[in-house]
Every structure is written in C-alpha cells, then in structure tokens.
Design a protein around this ligand. Structure first.
Ligand code: GDP
Length: 449
C-alpha cells in the first residue's frame, strides 16, 4: 500500500535525518522532493500546497532551527503535518466512530456502486461487535438490486450480526424506519443502513439518500469510497459531502495499488476525516484510521516519532537556561558545568539505542557506528571528572601533574587522556566566554557535529 509514496518519502527522510545543519537550500530541496512525491501519489493539488506551506513555516521556526538535530526535527515536522492533513489536527476523537447517542446509534452508509459499501457494513458490524461489544443490526435499503439485499444477508451472517430482511417492493425510507423500530424493540446498540449506489453521481440517488438521512437522523453518515479511484474518489466525496452532511469517510481497497492520494486529500477537500480504511476483501480487513500511524507508515518509519520525542527529552532545557544565566551573570564555567553538558550529550548519544529499533537502511543513514564511539568517549570523560574532588571540579586550575596522575589512575585511563579532556574543557570554557550564555544550542550543535 502507498508503496511509491513511502519509498520516495523514506529517501527524503533518510537524507534529512543525516543533516547536522539546515540551510535554505537543503530545506528547499527536501520540500521539492516531498511535493513531487505527493503529486505523484495523486494528492489533490490544494492539499499539497497547504501541506508544503505549513512544513515550510514550521521548518523556519524555532522548533527546528533551535533543535540539536535539525534534520531529525524537520522529519518530525513533516510527520506531524502529514498526520494533521489526515485529520490529526481535529483531535483524537475526530477520526473515531461516534456512537454517543441514545441507542440505537444509526450509521448510514453512502457511496457509489462497487465502492465496497456492503462489504464495509459487514466489516463494521464485526468490528463493533468484537471490539466495542455492541449488538448490531444491519439492513439494506437497496431495493434496485435484490442481489444486494441477499449479499448483505450473507455478509451479516458471516460476522454474526443481526439482519433485518427487506423486500425490493418496499420504499427505502419505509424499510429503514421499520428496521429502526425493530432495533429499538430488540435493544440493538447500533443499526447500520446499507443504501443503493449508482455507477455515477445521480440526482435521484442523492435525493433518496437525503431522504433516508432526514428520516433516520443518523449519528454517523459514512461515505464509502474506493481509494484506487485517486482524484476521482475525492471528487465523488466532495459531491456527496455537498449533498449530505457526511460525518466521515471509509477508504476501501487501500490494500490494492492505491497511490495514497485519496487518504491524504479527503480531509482537505471535504473537511471530513477518514474514519476507517479497508485493507482486505476479507471481513476482518477494516482498520480504524489513525492519522499518526498512517503518517508513520507513509514515511516508512515505525518509531521515528518516539525517536523525535526521545531527542526532545534528552535536552534539559531548564539546565541549559540555568547555565546561560550563570555565564551571563559573569559566573565561571567549571568542570561541573562541563560534566552536565557531557551528560546532555550522552543522552543524545543514547539515541543509538533507539536507532536499533529502526529498519536497517535508516540505521546506516544515521551512522550508528559514530554514535557508539561518541557515547564511549563521553562516558570516559565523565569517568575522569568523577574521579576529581569537588574542589578540583570547581577550580580546574588546581589540577597539576600529581593530581592528574591520581585522577587518571582513579578513572583507569592514561594521563594523556586527562590532558585531552582538560583541553577540551578549556576550549569549551573559552567558547562560553565568547558566547556569554547566548547561542547555547548553537554551541552544543557544533560540538556534536
Ligand atoms: P458495494 O457495491 O459498494 O456494496 O460494494 P461491495 O461491498 O459489493 O464491494 C465491491 C467489491 O470490492 C467486492 O468484490 C469486494 O470484495 C471488494 N472490496 C470491498 N472492500 C475491499 C477492500 O478493502 N479491499 C479489497 N481488496 N477489496 C474490497
């Protein structure tokens, strides 16, 4: 699913994560790649434009520029914006099925013929029965194709949902109201109403479903659409949304070679979120749609979000601020401060552990080997500082030859290594003086790189 898009974006992600510095040119390059990937995946142009504009705005913002790992932070921005255009910005509940009403909660299904409506009724009944422990009644208001009623009956029995029989000689609204009455009397929690679809958008069909909507007052009106239709899927969704107050969309056949555009444009074009994705013909092939997870999938990176969160945690902003205040106020940068900085870096280095969770190609891109080495080095430097007395840490100028030998022995290293550590410390101290507490982030970044 969405393979091409994933491949293209994963390539961009790989390059960006390795970038220690963000420049206008590599950011622009990245955005160009993302834009091409989205257009190729058939994402509606206005959705692409808005997406790119938002990423650009955030990329230029503090969030990324002030970050220790700007490339990675930028990837985080892309992930969040992808999730946002798919409905994450509406809040976690917006993409979930809403049954919060006096039972029975009515779900009205709309869509063109062949979109996968009847199959989805079965899948949804199964999901609500098994995952939400609901008693579900299904009914077909498709009086034009007797085979459609039969098909729903078969599907309902396969998933163990109740089925309200209807006759092709009845009016759709009468069938639906009879089913609603039956559901009330038999204490069903949910009534799912399948409707007739046509091959194209058709005035009579729209009127009929609007009539059903008025009679049933459903809490959910779900538009079922075949993701493989790409841009056409979006146009149909828009037409239905104009005629009917939809509450959400079900994208079917995402297991096929859909290019993904529909998933990324539905929300933008209709204002309604995707609530479910059909991912197989089988009746268990329905997934609640989670914009964040979908964004991760599209970017081809399972754990990247966790990684970005972890990187944020690693940076102790409060401590960095305290140090900045101290230096600004004329305080001296001593070995205790140096040690605190090292432990910050160790937390960054600790990312290598997290990287292990990522697919191989990402690990390679991240230069795992270097991170291991950096981590080891930071640990040794900490060991050296740990074998100093508090007095030595506060006043490093006290550390002369004999103290150096004692410290080296305590840390189990050569005296040269103590010297090297002290000279790195002095470098940092003089940098601190120059910075006078400003540009702390910049400095830490330059040390890392
Ligand atoms: P309706 O006319 O809208 O009721 O559509 P149907 O429910 O009869 O589905 C039309 C075809 O699409 C059937 O062959 C279904 O098995 C198939 N189908 C529906 N949903 C999915 C899906 O998520 N994945 C795949 N691969 N096929 C699906």
């Amino acid at each position: 699913m969405l393979d091409n898009l994933t491949q293209r974006l994963a390539k961009v992600v790989k390059t960006m994560r390795g970038e220690a510095r963000l420049t206008e040119s590599n950011t622009a390059e990245m955005l160009r790649e993302v834009r091409l990937a989205l257009l190729e995946a058939d994402v509606a142009l206005p959705a692409v434009r808005e997406f790119i504009a938002k990423v650009k705005e955030k990329a230029m913002g503090e969030e990324v520029i002030g970050s220790l790992t700007p490339g990675q932070a930028l990837v985080g921005v892309v992930q969040r914006e992808l999730a946002a255009i798919m409905g994450a910005d509406l809040g976690p509940e917006a993409t979930q099925i809403n049954l919060a009403t006096q039972p029975p909660a009515v779900i009205l299904m709309a869509g063109l013929q062949g979109a996968g409506k009847t199959t989805t009724v079965g899948k949804l009944a199964k999901y609500l029965k098994e995952q939400k422990k609901k008693k579900v009644l299904t009914v077909s208001a498709d009086v034009y194709r007797p085979a459609a009623i039969q098909q729903l009956q078969t599907v309902a029995s396969q998933v163990g949902a109740d089925f309200f029989p209807s006759s092709a000689s009845d009016k759709p609204v009468d069938i639906a109201l009879a089913a609603l009455d039956h559901a009330r009397r038999h204490y069903h929690d949910v009534l799912i109403v399948d409707t007739a679809g046509r091959l194209g958008i058709d005035e009579a069909m729209m009127q009929e479903i609007a009539g059903l909507h008025a009679a049933l007052k459903p809490i959910e009106t779900l538009f079922v659409v075949d993701a493989m239709l790409g841009q056409d899927a979006i146009n149909t969704a828009k037409a239905f949304n104009d005629a009917l107050p939809l509450t959400g969309v079900v994208l079917t056949k995402l297991d096929g070679d859909a290019r993904g555009g529909a998933a990324l444009s539905v929300r933008h074009v209709t204002g309604k979120p995707v609530k479910f994705a059909g991912v197989a013909e089988k009746l268990d092939g329905l997934e609640p749609f989670d914009p964040n997870r979908m964004a991760n999938r599209i970017l081809g990176m399972g754990d990247i979000l966790a990684l970005v969160e972890e990187a944020k945690k690693g940076v102790d902003v409060a401590a960095a601020k305290d140090l900045a205040e101290k230096i600004k106020g004329g305080g001296k940068f001593d070995l205790n401060d140096f040690k605190a900085q090292l432990s910050q870096m160790k937390k960054m280095g600790g990312l290598s552990g997290l990287m292990d969770k990522l697919p191989a190609q990402f690990q390679q891109a991240a230069g795992n080997a270097d991170m291991d080495q950096a981590e080891r080095q930071v640990r040794r430097m900490e060991g050296i500082i740990n074998s100093m007395t508090p007095q030595e840490r506060a006043r490093p100028e006290l550390i002369k030859a004999s103290r150096k030998r004692r410290i080296a022995a305590g840390a189990g290293v050569q005296v040269q290594e103590v010297n090297r550590m002290l000279s790195q410390f002095e470098q940092m101290q003089s940098m601190m003086k120059k910075l006078k507490g400003g540009g702390m982030m910049k400095m830490m970044r330059s040390m890392k790189g």
